[in-house]
Design a binder for this molecule. Structure first.
Ligand code: G3I
Length: 323
């Protein structure tokens, strides 16, 4: 008999997905699936700076509010993403011509207006996203350029002032394939923690693929968890086509390899102490709405639901990993 319980019901921690607001509003199959399978949501785009403050001082919360009320209606947690990033920055910020104190004020106002708006509704935030470069140095982005290296710590302080109850995460990718980058991320976050900056955990994005060995994934999860802070697998997807094969087709064999990879990852994560398991979030819901095919211009099938919103072998892999 088919399993009629949602994915989250199999887990002792929240299980979620990033949500595409247009599909949530306009595709009833999608919204019903989200409500059934998940108990946590992350906005894919609608809480980013370009969506929230498209022009200076003009805060537009409508689409994010829609997601928040959908989540409330269905008893789901909302994880906010992302307050400070070098992408999804509105044009007025790119062209901003203030001195460093004007930049500081602009950053602080953005963070605090957004966090205050969602206080009590969004329980956790990716405060700073992708601030470390591939070589382990700070990414040379506009925030670093105008504010210096401590913009990261100050962003956490600003968010905490606006909502002292929100859990605050540093979110990044690559822990599973670059030990250099992973070490730099751990040093950054534990360094902040040790000097009293309010940071609660790590978002490990985990945009991975079937060529990454299981032991690389489990070693990354363990290394991050050894800090004692919370760990969110925050943007999980497992590509079948990292080499951009334009002629690849989806087969049962590929589905099975992917299912095994999901299972191994979830098993490694589930072995962490309960208090550190903030949850697992996939990046998008189905192979039809994944960001990967349009972004990389290739066929791919990275998610636990197929393009018809049906459960794939990967779905069962996740459930098996929780046993
Ligand atoms: O909303 C506009 C629309 O008005 C316009 O017509 C259209 C034309 O290109 O663009 C639309 O905006 C796009 C937006 O997604 C909404 O669909 C942007 O161009 C596009 O760049 C944006 O991409 C998102 C990307 O982050 C940049 O913000 C992806 O959907 C989203 O999946 C991706 O997510 C990131 C995480 O935030 C951080 N980690 C990596 C992950 C994948 O790149």
């Amino acid at each position: 008999t088919p399993d009629t319980t949602g994915l989250y019901a199999h887990a002792g921690f929240p299980v979620g997905a990033s949500i595409n607001i247009n599909l949530l509003k306009n595709n009833a199959t999608y919204s019903a699936l989200v409500a059934k399978e998940f108990n946590s949501v992350t906005p894919e785009n609608v809480m980013k700076m370009d969506a929230i403050q498209p022009t200076q001082g003009n805060f537009t919360f409508g689409e994010a509010d829609y997601l928040v009320s959908f989540a409330k209606q269905h008893g789901m947690r909302v994880h906010g993403h992302a307050l400070v990033w070098y992408q999804a920055v509105p044009g007025w910020v790119t062209n901003f011509t203030g001195d460093s104190s004007a930049w500081e004020n602009m950053l602080k106002t953005h963070i605090q207006t957004e966090v205050a708006h969602f206080k009590g509704k969004v329980v956790s935030w990716d405060v700073v996203n992708e601030a470390i470069d591939e070589d382990g140095t700070l990414r040379k982005n506009l925030w670093l350029q105008h504010l210096g290296p401590d913009y990261i710590a100050r962003s956490f302080q600003y968010a905490h002032q606006a909502d002292p109850d929100a859990l605050l995460f540093y979110n990044d990718y690559g822990h599973e394939y670059s030990s250099v980058k992973r070490a730099a991320i751990i040093t950054l976050v534990t360094g902040m923690k040790n000097r009293g900056i309010p940071v609660d955990g790590f978002g490990m994005q985990m945009h991975t693929n079937t060529s990454v060995p299981d032991n690389a994934i489990s070693a990354a999860i363990t290394a991050v968890a050894n800090t004692g802070l919370k760990v969110h697998i925050s943007e999980l997807d497992i590509s079948l086509n990292p080499n951009n094969d334009q002629n690849m087709t989806y087969t049962a064999a590929l589905a099975s390899v992917q299912s095994q990879k999901y299972q191994a990852l979830v098993k490694a994560y589930n072995a962490l102490p309960a208090a550190q398991k903030f949850g697992i979030t996939t990046w998008d819901v189905s192979d039809a709405d994944s960001w990967i095919p349009p972004y990389y211009h290739r066929p791919d099938w990275p998610l636990p639901f197929d393009a018809s919103y049906k459960r794939k072998a990967a779905w069962q892999g996740i459930v098996n990993g929780l046993k």
